[in-house]
Design a protein around this ligand. Structure first.
Ligand SMILES: [Zn+2]
Length: 336
């Protein structure tokens, strides 16, 4: 008890910069991957940070940490993927609270308005009811799933739930991790096959759109929100060759720079855990001219101890403000 109090006290004195990771800000009902935070919840969180922390632009926070001048209670807000709801819901909330943010956008999703693969699979498997047999060739193996049931009766189901209410949910839970490591070409083939067999049109739907090019430009022009790159088509980089990784990493930078008319200096690794990218990915990010890259594992940004090419982040889920506050303050004390 005594030592944990001393640890908390020391933690409170040591600046611990927190980079928060969001994906969507949306009132959506169905969210099996837990990617969305409701606008009300997000507004409460940003108001809390505005009053009780030192919100900073991500690049400013990492620069301050490198120089050893990180303020106590520094926080930076980031979004991965580049959903249009970041523009429609998050931007006005960030502006009202005066909180800067960085949006890491998937460049081909913006330029071609393509649906994110996880949304396409969700819509095909959980957005419909009825029965059919789905056959897919995955990793050289033919697999079949019998799809049945009405997932619409369970809109609040997520992959964190320990049960699958219908065989469609079981198929969704099985197929998602099989598709994630595929190369973009293989993934595209599987998605087309799923869409053909289930009769679902290619998306995106209105509530799952990526930002348009003009929306992305508006973010940058706001002066409060920065844009970073998140590859061309959101592959798991660790499964690609060096050449494919370089094309995904530098290609997204070039595409986004052409869209927003400014230099893009920040990057976020898709999925972002230690198994999702390699040292080659990090080298490729440096070689492409980025000055900062974000990962997706928890940790504080500490003075003079930050790796600017693997910046840790805390994933934020929908939660009551009391939970958000408790987590934020525990990390600030070094207790979490
Ligand atoms: Zn992502």
């Amino acid at each position: 008890m005594f030592f944990s109090r001393i640890k908390n006290l020391l933690g409170a004195l040591k600046p611990c910069g927190q980079v928060l990771l969001y994906h969507r800000v949306s009132p959506t009902l169905s969210d099996p991957q837990l990617l969305a935070v409701s606008p009300l919840c997000f507004a409460e969180q940003m108001a809390y940070l505005s009053r009780n922390a030192v919100p900073m632009a991500l690049t400013d926070m990492v620069k301050a940490a490198i120089e050893g001048t990180l303020p106590r209670r520094a926080v930076a807000v980031t979004f991965d993927d580049g959903y249009a709801d970041n523009y429609h819901y998050a931007k006005p909330i960030l502006e009202k609270a005066g909180v800067p943010a960085t949006v890491f956008a998937v460049s081909s999703a913006v330029s071609a308005q393509t649906e994110f693969w996880w949304d396409a699979i969700e819509r095909a498997l959980l957005g419909q009811n009825g029965s059919l047999t789905l056959q897919l060739d995955l990793a050289g193996e033919s697999r079949t799933w019998v799809l049945s049931g009405d997932p619409g009766a369970y809109p609040e189901w997520t992959v964190m739930d320990s049960f699958d209410p219908t065989p469609r949910h079981t198929a969704y839970r099985d197929i998602m991790p099989l598709v994630k490591p595929l190369t973009p070409g293989e993934r595209s083939t599987v998605l087309t096959s799923i869409q053909n067999q289930t009769g679902v049109d290619a998306g995106p739907t209105e509530d799952r759109c990526p930002m348009t090019e003009s929306e992305l430009r508006s973010l940058v022009e706001s002066g409060l929100i920065d844009v970073g790159a998140h590859t061309v088509s959101h592959p798991q980089l660790s499964g690609l060759s060096m050449e494919e990784q370089a094309a995904q990493i530098s290609g997204s930078r070039g595409c986004l720079e052409a869209i927003v008319g400014r230099e893009i200096t920040t990057f976020a690794y898709p999925y972002g855990t230690k198994v999702d990218y390699t040292t080659q990915s990090v080298d490729s990010v440096k070689h492409a001219g980025f000055t900062l890259a974000c990962s997706n594992f928890p940790g504080c940004v500490l003075n003079r101890r930050v790796d600017a090419f693997e910046v840790p982040r805390y994933l934020v889920r929908e939660s009551p403000l009391s939970t958000f506050r408790a987590n934020f303050e525990a990390r600030m004390r070094g207790a979490k």
